[in-house]
Design a protein around this ligand. Structure first.
Ligand code: ADP
Ligand code: TYD
Length: 223
């Protein structure tokens, strides 16, 4: 059986950047590594979640309940697992996931009152890991970026073209709640938190400093 490392964080927190750097590093060490990412936008399986993120179900993410929206993402993930990467995992590859089941916890759980968070996380883990049979990550790294900082980074990524944002990305208040939900989940579910911003200046920390911490956490689980 392979290994699965999930890189989690709010939109624009640096997941794509850090997953690519970790892949390059592990490959450089001769390890069998493969990057996967969710949502799987190229697949038809992502149609419902694309409707959701595009605001076609409702322009307000909160109007599509946590359980409904989580199901869209879970189905997309399950199909990608069966069609694409289950074999690599079973054959022993190290899979690096840019977002995973953990994204449903970070992004969807926040739609519920806090008193229901624990129940939701329990339901989701049972649904995706047990009932659907998706692999559990050996390590979850939460890239903790302040939403005000990630918004600035996203603006750069989209070079000012606001129209490219999905319904989550444009909503700082929503992303602030996502960060809160993620830090709550990190405690209960043993995710590793890597702080990615300077608290006083509200600026991102250097990419290489973050990458070094991600490598150290990875080395600890790969042995
Ligand atoms: N620590 C960092 N410092 C400065 N820019 C960063 C940092 N991490 C990521 N970026 C830039 O911010 C943008 C969003 O990063 P990205 O890795 O695409 O985030 P995500 O995959 O979480 O949405 C990209 O343009 C990326 O080059
Ligand atoms: C994979 C996944 C993503 N999402 C959300 C998180 C993001 O806000 C949105 C789209 O993900 P993504 O395109 O990865 O956003 P970004 O590249 O900006 O980080 O979907 C879930 O709510 N559940 C999930 O299981």
């Amino acid at each position: 059986m392979g290994r699965l490392i999930a890189i989690e964080g709010i939109d624009g927190s640096g997941k794509g950047t850090q997953t690519a750097l970790l892949e390059e590093y592990l490959r450089g060490r001769g390890l069998p590594v493969r990057k996967i990412s969710f949502p799987n936008y190229e697949s038809e399986s992502s149609a419902p979640l694309r409707m959701y993120l595009g605001g076609q179900i409702s322009p307000d993410p909160g109007a599509v309940g946590a359980y409904a929206a989580s199901s869209f993402f879970a189905v997309d993930r399950y199909i990608s697992f069966k069609q694409d990467w289950e074999r690599d995992y079973r054959e022993g590859k190290i899979l690096l996931a840019d977002r995973y089941v953990t994204s449903n916890i970070t992004h969807q759980m926040t739609k519920l009152p806090k008193a229901e968070w624990q129940n939701f996380a329990g339901w989701l883990c049972d649904y995706e890991y047990v009932r659907l049979g998706m692999p559990k990550p050996d390590l979850v790294v939460y890239l903790d970026m302040h939403p005000a900082v990630s918004q600035k980074l996203l603006l750069r990524r989209y070079q000012g073209d606001e129209g490219k944002r999905d319904i989550h990305e444009g909503n700082t208040e929503y992303l602030t709640r996502c960060r809160e939900a993620a830090l709550y989940a990190a405690k209960g579910l043993h995710w590793e938190v890597v702080r990615c911003f300077d608290e006083a200046a509200l600026t991102p920390l250097p990419v290489e400093d973050i990458a070094r911490q991600v490598r150290a956490l990875t080395a600890a689980v790969l042995g």
